[in-house]
Design a protein around this ligand. Sequence first.
Ligand SMILES: *Cc1c(COP(=O)(O)O)cnc(C)c1O
Length: 226
Amino acid sequence: MIQKNLERIEERLEAACIRAGRRREDLRLMAVSKTQPVEKIQEAYDAGLRLFGENRVFEAAEKFGGRFPEAELHLIGHIQRNKAQKAVEIAECIQSVDALRTVNALDRYAAEIDRKVAVLIEVNTGGEVAKQGVRGEGELRSLIDTILESRYLELRGLMTMAPFTDEVAVLRRCFHSLHTLRQKFSESYGNSHFEVLSMGMTNDFEIAVEEGSSLVRIGTALFGTR
Ligand SMILES: *Cc1c(COP(=O)(O)O)cnc(C)c1O
């Protein structure tokens, strides 16, 4: 089941890359395994997937602890301060950083265990009030400055979640705006801090690829409905 779904996703990624004049190697596919049991993750792992995304820290720790030796685990959900310690223990990358207090908590716990952790800043590109993510450019810059001061957090790029809609123009505008921000920040802070552009989910990943995504986060199309 997962193997078949993966093949279909690969075909669609391939086609989107061709349309955009991009290379498939420049794009990573993340299996979003939130709410999926260990057996399903094992199936995805056996199908060759190595990059996994979870949105709950303790659920992730339980499912991934001691298993899947080659898996790279990213956290993609909101990080509450009281989960920050566990988050830096288990994740290779935290994609959903959107507040100074989170940065400070992650930095402190990473320092305690002397572990470097990659982070992405989550940007609210859709302007939805209920959604997570940093909104203004000023707030973004102060977050970037704080992360760059940390010896333990390594800024790698930006992440966004577009609104849930079928309006292609809306989705394209969100992804395009994240790409534009990346260009701008790369110029002022250096490319190496902005290599990752994490955007695109089941509903919209082809558009995200066309707009320059470097990492798509796929749950439903891979595992089925949650
Ligand atoms: C759940 C989730 C995904 C995957 O969503 P699907 O629509 O199931 O592909 C991607 N990114 C984030 C941040 C998520 O929470």
